[in-house]
Design a protein around this ligand. Structure first.
Ligand code: PLP
Length: 391
């Protein structure tokens, strides 16, 4: 069955009533027939039918055996990190999402876990950094916000040979375009908040694994610590996921057009988008993804502090907001917003300069988006030195 058909038929209709939409089981607990005798559900932190339906859909989408839905992407990050113990090492992509960076470098450093960041777009860097203490290799591909692409197959074989688990944060890739478990990863992680739910109305996270025992361990951690996705949000995530295929395809096509427009614009110094032939890992991206998604980042030639801020103030259709993957286009200045929690030197080393602008393409007509950006870039160019300084 093709992806879009699987997406729509993965969940059975409600056996009780025939409802074609999964019911929202808004209940905290379930009546038991006798002590310890129930219909598979006893308490909604442990299991809830609406969440279970979304988890089945997520596992199906990623080609795994088990999906686990969390109250946020970061709650999913946290549950995976709880698999480790003091003394363990993690190798992580250098421009990792700011919130994951913060969890690694505060909470998990305090608990005795160390993190080495390397540019994973060259698998040789992972090979060089990996040691017997490395228990987890953490990729985002493409990365947030510089859209670096890492070769999942190559890094999976390096991790496996060393006995480390490979996690791929597939939030940007989306399971309809890229399925890391099939390329050798052990754990796939999602901020459901983004493409999967897709309408900027839910905060949620997800994990999918192939290995049953690993799934049991993560499920145990979730039940023991409690960060579950509620029934209403699970339903919204199911509803969003049913159109993921269409949205991601259209968004990727529009993003390609916008990236090509930006690339030839004289005020733009560089564009990061895996769909561009000039992207350093375009061929790797093509070998592991069917589409390249809706996130683009670019540097302005004008690197005065505040030039990027002036640009984002002058768009009409791109809303200035954190997040991505929704039906409406958004934009942000990562250095001041999503990645403000990353220390400045680490940010600059990862290419997250003050003039970097990240955009998330939505479902608007791509010609309107191009016109909006063209207008905002020229408005930023025309700003005085004072205006940029006080931006
Ligand atoms: C790549 C990536 N992973 C994880 C997260 C965290 O997800 P959430 O905001 O749902 O907690 C984000 C959020 O932006 C993200 O971009």
């Amino acid at each position: 069955m093709r992806t879009e058909t699987r997406l729509l038929h993965a969940l059975p209709h409600d056996p009780l009533t025939g409802a074609v939409s999964v019911p929202i089981y808004q209940t905290s607990t379930f009546e038991q027939e006798g002590p310890g005798i129930n219909k598979g559900f006893d308490y909604s932190r442990t299991n809830n039918p609406t969440r279970q339906a979304f988890e089945q859909l997520l596992a199906e989408l990623e080609g795994g055996t088990r999906g686990i839905a969390f109250s946020s992407g970061l709650a999913a990050v946290d549950a995976v990190l709880k698999l480790l113990s003091a003394g363990d090492e993690i190798i992580a992509v250098d421009d990792i999402y700011g919130g994951t960076y913060r969890a690694l470098h505060t909470i998990y450093n305090w608990l005795g876990i160390t993190v080495k960041h390397v540019d994973t777009s060259d698998p040789g860097n992972v090979l060089e950094a990996i040691t017997p203490k490395t228990k987890l290799v953490w990729l985002e591909t493409p990365t947030n916000p510089t859209l670096k692409v890492s070769d999942i197959r190559a890094i999976a074989s390096i991790s496996k040979a060393s006995g480390a688990l490979l996690l791929v944060d597939n939030t940007f890739g989306s399971p309809v375009a890229q399925q890391p478990l099939k390329l050798g990863a052990d754990i796939v992680l999602h901020s459901i908040t983004k493409y999967i739910a897709g309408h900027s109305d839910v905060i949620g996270g997800g994990i999918v694994v192939r290995d049953q025992e690993l799934g049991e361990r993560i499920k145990y951690i979730q039940n023991a610590t409690g960060a579950v996705l509620g029934p209403q949000d699970s339903w919204l995530a199911i509803r969003g996921a049913q159109t993921l295929h269409l949205r991601y395809e259209r968004i990727s096509r529009s993003a390609q057009q916008v990236a090509e427009f930006l690339q030839q614009h004289p005020a733009v110094a560089g564009v990061n988008y895996p769909g561009l032939r000039t992207h350093p890992n375009h061929l790797v991206a093509r070998s592991q993804s069917a589409a390249f998604g809706g996130v683009i980042s670019f540097w302005l030639k004008d690197d005065r502090e505040g030039a990027a801020v002036q640009l984002v103030k002058h768009t009409r259709l791109f809303t200035l907001a954190e997040s991505l993957g929704g039906v409406k286009s958004l934009l942000c200045v990562p250095a001041r917003m999503t990645h403000a929690s990353v220390p400045r030197e680490a940010r600059i080393a990862a290419g997250i300069h003050d003039s970097l602008v990240r955009i998330s393409i939505g479902l608007e007509h791509p010609d309107d988006l191009v016109e909006d950006l063209a207008g905002a870039i020229s408005a930023a160019e025309n700003c005085s030195v004072e205006q940029t300084l006080h931006a």
